[in-house]
Design a protein. Structure first.
Lengths: 330, 1189
């Protein structure tokens, strides 16, 4: 019997597959499906900072639009006393899911500013979430903003959220930092219990015919995994927080790679959107099979096996590897 | 026991009592009573219990007639039942009122009294509606103030149970109904004590029950009806005493004493006024003022008008009285006097003759009319009436408040006469509709009313335009109760929240000496003085006004509040007015801000807190110079070329000086010239569309979509450019039939409302700068003069001959002259593009019957109206009958046209020898199916008329008066879904069944838009509307399918935003169809809750999601062996979520009851799928010729 169990930010997981944050989990039935299919934990869809504010602003604007302007129609909508916004629904979802799930449920907050919205971290904890994932998704467009300031903002945000909660905190980041190791260390100091690498920015596309920018959601492929494998492998052993890999995990083999590189857990979204949630079962059996075939007794036994500190040729993860790759291409 | 003091309006006061002492409430919206129904629906959906601990059932009906029927039925089954209505609504209840009263059934109808539609509709107050039901047998009980509304509502409910006589409890609509006032709220315990449980059970015991069967509502014969009718007399005889008993019981429980007739004033008064309604408060206020100054006057306030108790009435008349003026707020043309006057005269005469009235000499009694349609009734007018009573021969049947220069019945009065106490704050605020001014003032009243011992009163005036409108708030605060139900004309605080209004309205005319003037202005404090018109500067100097300024828009924008400047301006008011110490006031504003915005989320609350703090920091006093320096003044004049009527009459209404117009200024019968909006240059938009000819593809979509016909297209020969301004833009026309012509798109900058639909719809992007299109919005101020000149030149260019255009293309259609322009509809309105299109296609021969609603308001509300004429003087002719009868009204027009045409042809035949056979042949046989044929027939008729003038036969004169009926006319019935789906459906259905050649255009906004968004049967499943607070739980009625079931009706469902070519096709086919046609037009609307710039996109989404399938059902196709049903849109391809959740009407349910919202969405999906499958199946059914399958 292969032991797939692992430990992520202190959460005991029955295997390393975590369903990563996506719209799929807005529906509690899908969460149940993920659990039945073998997911060890689920990171709920994100509560967006902008969503919290825009939702309130828009509702307020359109309930008041055109009011008190014309004698016969002083208002256009009935006076509703209580509103439920996304956080309220989110909290209710956590409560509902926690009441009938046995796997850990991880809440997710997505934002950039150190504003009032972070109080929802506490609400998520109070609703029963086992951990919180903070997805910091910041695109700098201001020419006067230097990298130091950006990194400082990230640290401050992590600190602020950490202060609000007792449950473990994972921080999901982008790969675009000048010195990722140094930056991750500072986030560790700020209180992160895990790093989730990396978030996939939805890259806008251009509609050349209509001269418009089009939002574009492209599902990940296993190809994208390499970037994550490199950084997991480099960081393994250099930082204390656990590492989770997300973006490009599609198969059992992908999962094996992530764990070997140094991740504690392997997160999946695109594969589940593409192949249905039940795909988790297939991936788990592929992992089992691989470990069995290769004589490993547990998933823990391959943890960090191929990390930079353990491989014979550490430079494989550095620039030399780049040179070699280019050479081989020729 | 101390009761809670609340600041509420009359509607809420009535609804509070009615809701809590009833079990069933049957409602229907009509201004100004709708609020009572809305509150009842709201409380029921919040599960607020009545005094028996159960939640009343609140049901919206299809009309007031329906509501009254449901009330009658519910009463027959023994439930305590009530309803609310006004005006025409009350008239529709009359048949049931006779029944309910004849059956001695206890109920109370609460009525916010409103004018009846006569020569014109009016939503404002008089007692015309109430007086129309005085013979029904209902008791009529009048409340004069908001406090009285609450008290007498309860007294009415208690008295009806006791007397078995049904009650109509009324108060003045758009005065008491809308006046916010500080009152003592009756407790639930008070309500319980006043409602006798034994009487409730007795009411229930009289109910129909198969367990104890009875029969009620039989038919009588001549032998019995009369006697049986007289059997009710003892109940009416007993009623007044019973009401007084109830009033006395109320006094014991609550403390406030009421009498059936209540006299106030000098016990030895020689002159008295008898009056009912809010005007009685004004009279009482004036009486108190005059008596303190040595006069001996009094007022008799009539509360129970029916049954009229002679005993109680006479007991209140002072024996010293020598002359009496009876004031009626209604007009009964042709009567000896108005109703109250006649009753009083009869009562006094009767009591004098039988000795009941202990008085030496019969007093003089005169009757007068005041306050029709909320005409102001002020102490100065009361004084004039008392002065008139001093005269040896006072005017009888006088009027007051107007200048009657025709029959000279009006009394003159001194407008400067003023009775209000010195220790009262009187503040007037001029705001822009929807800027939050009114809600800020309502909040200020609550703060002062509920946080201090002061009394407070607020009244709000709105103009009749739906975009860029003016609001005027009148607020009074003071240590004594406020009895001044009239507008403030002497204010010690004046605020102008919209700087541009300074150039239009003389605001400071209401400012008194040493008052404060607060201006929201974009100009710095050192520059603002120079931006004021000279008249304003002079008044500030002369009246020693302290002048303050703030740039509230800048602050609001900065904070993220958009144009909502309410919190900022409210803070300034408190900071300057000293009604409450500043610090305390700010604390209170913050407290109320939390109450108001807290539930809407932290972000909103934070923004408003910030607004309060920033207001204080940015409020500046302006140093007032000694001399007025401006070279410009208020712009009140009309252009020289405007018609005299516009210059002399309409111009006054535009600047709110209509009160100054004498009787002679008006038409005798409500007939007005069309095409007057063009003279009212409203200049309400900051940005206006500007055309880029280089980018334009000449598709005409911008002109098609413009709700106000502001942006237009023309083609014209090159030589027409001779006198063009240098900045006038043009390009080679790309129309095959107009070779060597030029093309221009031009907007009228002063008429634009700034909706940006033209920009949004323009498909043509500038390839060098994707932000720009062929139409771009530009800041108006710097280009105004240039664009005005361009517009004027554009207007001078001729429209092309209609015969040259291809009516099947949108591009060509947009070269037709719109005969509906610059209406007062909302900015971005989704209805008016259809109306405009109709006038472009058929306007020069259209007769319109318009249902009451949005389309009748933007179509026919004074001061200016949008239907207009072409260069030949032809254009749509328009009339509004009622809300409920538009199909019948329009049908009547068709019947008349058909008969007139038939008779005209008969006359042509009779005169054939005089007319000549060729002309007779042409007149009878010209094919008028196309523009050329119509034009030819017009020429023939012109010829006919010329010939007829020389024929000396009676038939010739007759034919001359009917000759125009030989040219094809197009009858259109216009209305919203409230009319077509609900109140007017019976008539509409009948007209569909008759098959006459009429065209019905249903402007479907899916709610009662004009009255503020109440649910109709067109409201979609899952949408939140008033009367459907928890979301509509049933499907939208499929009117198209119902109409198609007749088989011989042309039916179309259109949505111009999704497919404007299909819309045009449907209009053309509908009009060409020789039978009844109905077009159901998707009309995006402010009630749907999104930025209307996305209206066309939402139309597209509605079609793509299958929610609004586009279709045309043309019975003519069946004759050709084709399926008459053509689906013009494809299979649903867009998830319904992507349509509905763009709109607040759906989204708000997600935020209030997400579970239900999700369920409704699933139900809606199924409904759409089911309907689509059915339509698809129908459209593919094989059909053979003659309809054989």
């Amino acid at each position: 019997m292969i032991d797939l169990s692992t430990n992520y930010m202190g959460l005991k997981l029955k295997n390393p597959i975590v369903a990563s944050s996506s719209y799929l989990w807005e529906d509690s039935k899908n969460i149940k499906k993920a659990e039945k299919s073998g997911a060890a934990a689920v990171v709920l869809h994100s509560l967006f900072e902008e969503q919290l504010e825009i939702e309130q602003e828009e509702l307020n604007k359109f309930l008041l639009q055109g009011t008190e302007s014309y004698a016969e129609a002083i208002t256009y909508f009935p006076e509703i006393k209580e509103f439920k916004f996304a956080p309220d629904e989110y909290v209710e979802l956590i409560k509902e899911v926690k009441s009938n799930s046995e796997i850990p449920i991880i809440g997710s907050l997505n934002g950039v500013s150190d504003g009032g919205w972070i109080k929802y971290a506490k609400k998520i904890e109070d609703a029963g979430a086992d951990a919180l994932e903070l997805n910091i998704y910041f695109i700098p467009t201001d020419i006067s903003l230097n990298s130091e300031k950006i990194e400082e903002n990230y640290s401050n945000l992590v600190k602020s959220v950490k202060q609000k909660i007792k449950i473990p905190l994972a921080v999901k980041l982008s790969p675009y930092f000048t010195s990722t190791p140094h930056f991750l260390k500072s986030i560790e100091k700020a209180g992160a219990d895990a790093f989730v690498i990396f978030n996939r920015f939805y890259q806008p596309d251009i509609d050349t015919q209509n001269l418009e920018i089009k939002p574009n959601l492209v599902l990940s492929t296993s190809e994208e995994l390499r970037l994550r494998l490199r950084w997991a492998a480099i960081m393994y052993g250099k930082v204390n927080p656990d590492i989770a890999i997300t973006g490009g995990v599609h198969t059992g083999n992908d999962v094996i790679k992530t764990i070997m590189a140094g991740a504690k857990v392997s997160m999946m979204t695109s594969a589940l959107i593409k192949n249905e949630i039940e795909h988790i079962t297939k991936v788990l059996s592929e992992i089992n099979e691989w470990l069995l075939m290769n004589d490993y007794k547990s998933i823990k036994s391959i943890h960090g096996l191929m990390s930079q500190e353990k491989v014979l040729e550490p430079s494989a993860y550095e620039r030399a590897n780049y040179m070699k790759t280019l050479g081989s291409y020729k | 026991m101390k009761r809670e003091m609340v600041t509420i309006d009359g509607n809420e006061a009535a609804a509070y009592v009615a809701y809590h002492v009833n079990e069933v409430i049957s409602i229907y919206p009509i201004t100004p009573s709708s609020t009572m129904g809305e509150l009842s629906d709201q409380w029921a959906s919040e599960r607020e219990p009545n005094i028996w601990g159960t939640v009343p059932h609140v049901t919206e009906m299809q009309s007031e007639g329906g509501a009254a029927g449901a009330v009658h039925g519910s009463l027959q089954r023994g439930a305590l039942t009530t309803t609310f209505t006004a005006s025409q609504g009350l008239l529709l209840m009359i048949p049931n009122m006779y029944k309910i009263a004849g059956e001695l059934t206890s109920t109370v109808f609460h009525v916010s009294a409103r004018s009846l539609a006569t020569h014109a509709l009016s939503i404002f107050c008089d007692h015309g509606d109430v007086m129309s039901v005085r013979s029904t047998g209902f008791a009529l009980l009048a409340s004069n103030s908001v406090q009285e509304v609450m008290d007498l509502a309860l007294i009415a409910h208690a008295a009806t149970l006791k007397s078995r006589v049904p009650f109509l409890h009324f108060f003045d609509g758009f005065r008491t109904s809308a006046e916010t006032s500080k009152v003592e709220r009756l407790s639930i315990d008070d309500l319980k004590k006043m409602i006798d449980e034994d009487l409730v059970r007795a009411h229930r015991a009289r109910a129909l029950s198969p367990d104890n069967p009875i029969i009620r509502g039989t038919s009588h014969n001549p032998d019995t009806y009369f006697q049986a009718r007289e059997k009710i007399n003892p109940y009416y005889n007993a009623c007044p005493d019973l009401v007084q008993e109830v009033m006395d019981k109320f006094a014991k429980i609550v403390g406030r004493k009421y009498k059936l007739f209540q006299y106030e004033g000098a016990p030895d008064a020689e002159r008295i006024i008898i009056i009912m309604g809010s005007g009685a408060e004004t009279v009482e206020e004036t009486v108190n003022y005059l008596n303190k100054r040595g006069e001996k006057v009094g007022v008799l306030k009539v509360r129970l008008f029916r049954p009229f108790s002679l005993k109680h009435f006479i007991s209140e008349i002072p024996s010293s009285v020598k002359s009496i003026a009876v004031l009626d707020r209604t007009k009964e043309p042709g009567a000896l006097g108005e109703p109250l006057y006649l009753d009083v005269t009869s009562a006094i005469a009767s009591a004098f003759s039988n000795g009941m009235l202990k008085i030496d000499k019969m007093p003089k009694i005169i009757g007068g009319i005041y306050g029709l349609s909320s005409k102001e009734f002020k102490p100065s007018m009361v004084k004039a009436i008392f002065d008139e009573l001093k005269k040896s021969e006072p005017k009888n049947r006088f009027t007051v408040g107007i200048n009657d220069d025709i029959t000279h019945k009006s009394l003159e009065y001194d407008p400067k006469f003023f009775v209000e106490p010195e220790n009262r704050t009187r503040a007037v605020f001029f705001g822009l509709g929807a800027d939050g001014t009114v809600s800020a003032n309502k909040s200020s009243i609550k703060i002062i009313g509920e946080e201090t011992d002061n009394y407070a009163q607020g009244f709000f005036f709105y103009d009749s335009k739906k975009a860029g409108s003016l609001t005027i708030s009148h607020l009074r605060f003071g240590p004594e109760p406020i009895r001044s139900p009239y507008l403030i004309d002497r204010a010690n605080f004046v605020a102008c929240h919209q700087c541009s209004f300074l150039n239009k309205y003389d605001m400071l005319s209401v400012a008194e000496k040493d008052s404060i003037f607060l201006l929201n202005s974009p100009y710095p404090k050192d520059e603002v003085w120079n931006q004021l018109p000279k008249n304003v500067q002079q008044q500030i100097i002369d009246k020693n006004i302290k002048f303050y300024t703030i740039d509230a828009y800048d602050i609001a924008k900065d904070i993220g509040l958009g144009v909502r400047i309410n919190t900022i301006m409210q803070t300034c008011f408190f900071a300057l007015s000293n009604v409450i110490p500043k610090e305390e006031a700010i604390k209170s504003i913050k407290k109320f801000t939390e109450k108001t915005y807290g539930r809407k989320g932290e972000k909103i609350l934070k923004m408003n807190y910030e607004a309060i703090d920033k207001a204080i920091d940015n409020l500046y006093e302006v140093k007032v110079p000694e001399k007025a320096t401006s070279s410009f003044d208020l712009k009140l004049s009309m252009p020289e070329e405007a018609p005299d009527y516009v210059k002399n009459v309409i111009s006054k209404m535009i600047v709110f000086k209509g009160d100054e117009l004498p009787v002679s200024a008006f038409p005798d019968d409500g007939t007005y010239p069309t095409g007057t909006t063009k003279w009212e240059k409203r200049n309400i938009s900051l940005d206006v569309p500007v055309w880029d000819p280089e980018i334009c593809i000449q598709c005409g979509k911008c002109a098609f979509v413009c709700p106000h016909a502001v942006i237009r297209a023309k083609v014209y020969p090159k030589d027409a450019l001779k006198n063009a301004p240098a900045s006038f833009k043009y390009v080679e026309a790309r129309f095959s039939q107009f070779k060597d012509y030029l093309y221009t798109i031009q907007a009228s900058p002063e008429d634009c409302t700034g909706c940006k639909l033209c920009y949004e719809t323009c498909p043509s992007k500038n390839k060098q700068d994707p932000m720009l299109k062929a139409i771009n919005m530009e800041f108006k101020d710097p280009i105004l003069d240039r664009e005005k000149e361009n517009w004027n030149f554009f207007e001078s260019l001729p429209y092309v001959e209609r015969e040259k255009l291809n009516f099947s293309t949108v591009k060509d259609i947009q070269l037709l002259e719109p005969l509906f322009e610059f209406s007062g509809a909302c900015s971005g309105c989704g209805q008016t593009p259809y109306v405009k299109l109709m006038t472009q296609l058929f306007g020069d021969r259209a007769i319109i019957a318009n249902a009451t609603g949005c389309s009748s308001i933007y179509g026919g509300n004074l001061p200016t109206t949008p239907y207009t004429k072409n260069k030949d003087g032809r254009g749509p002719t328009w009339s509004n009958s009622l809300f409920e009868d538009t199909a019948e009204f329009g049908l009547g027009m068709r019947l008349a046209l058909d008969k007139q045409k038939e008779y005209a042809i008969e006359l042509v035949d009779k005169l054939k020898d005089d007319l000549g056979k060729d002309l007779v042949f042409e007149l009878k046989n010209t094919n008028q199916d196309n523009e050329a044929g119509i034009q030819k027939q017009r020429e023939m008729v012109k010829l006919l008329k010329a010939k007829l003038k020389s024929i000396q036969k009676p038939e010739a004169k007759d034919l001359l008066s009917l000759a125009d009926s030989l040219v094809k006319k197009s009858v259109w019935m216009l209305g919203g879904d409230g009319w077509a789906y609900d109140i007017g459906y019976g008539g509409l259905d009948h007209v569909l069944a008759l098959g006459k050649n009429v065209n019905i255009l249903v402007l479907d906004t899916e709610v009662y838009s004009n009255t503020g968004g109440q649910m109709s049967k067109a409201t979609p499943l899952g949408a939140v509307a008033k009367f459907a607070m928890g979301g509509k739980s049933t499907s939208k009625k499929d009117l198209a399918m119902m109409a198609m079931s007749y088989g011989n009706v042309y039916v179309a469902k259109v949505a111009f935003g999704a497919n404007n070519a299909q819309t045009v096709k449907a209009f053309l086919e509908a009009e060409a169809y020789e039978g009844t046609s109905i077009i159901i037009a998707y009309s995006h609307c402010i009630n749907q809750g999104y930025d209307l710039i996305h209206g066309p996109d939402q139309q597209k989404a509605a079609v793509q999601s299958g929610y609004w399938p586009l279709l045309r059902y043309n019975p003519n196709l069946e004759k050709e062996g084709k399926n008459p049903l053509q689906l013009d849109s494809g299979k649903p391809s867009l998830p319904i979520d992507n349509y509905v959740y763009n709109e607040t009407r759906f989204k708000v349910l997600l935020h209030s009851n997400p579970e239900i919202a999700k369920k409704f969405l699933e139900d809606l999906k199924k409904d759409i799928q089911k309907k689509w499958s059915f339509y698809k199946y129908w459209s593919e059914m094989p059909v053979s010729k003659e309809g054989e399958k």
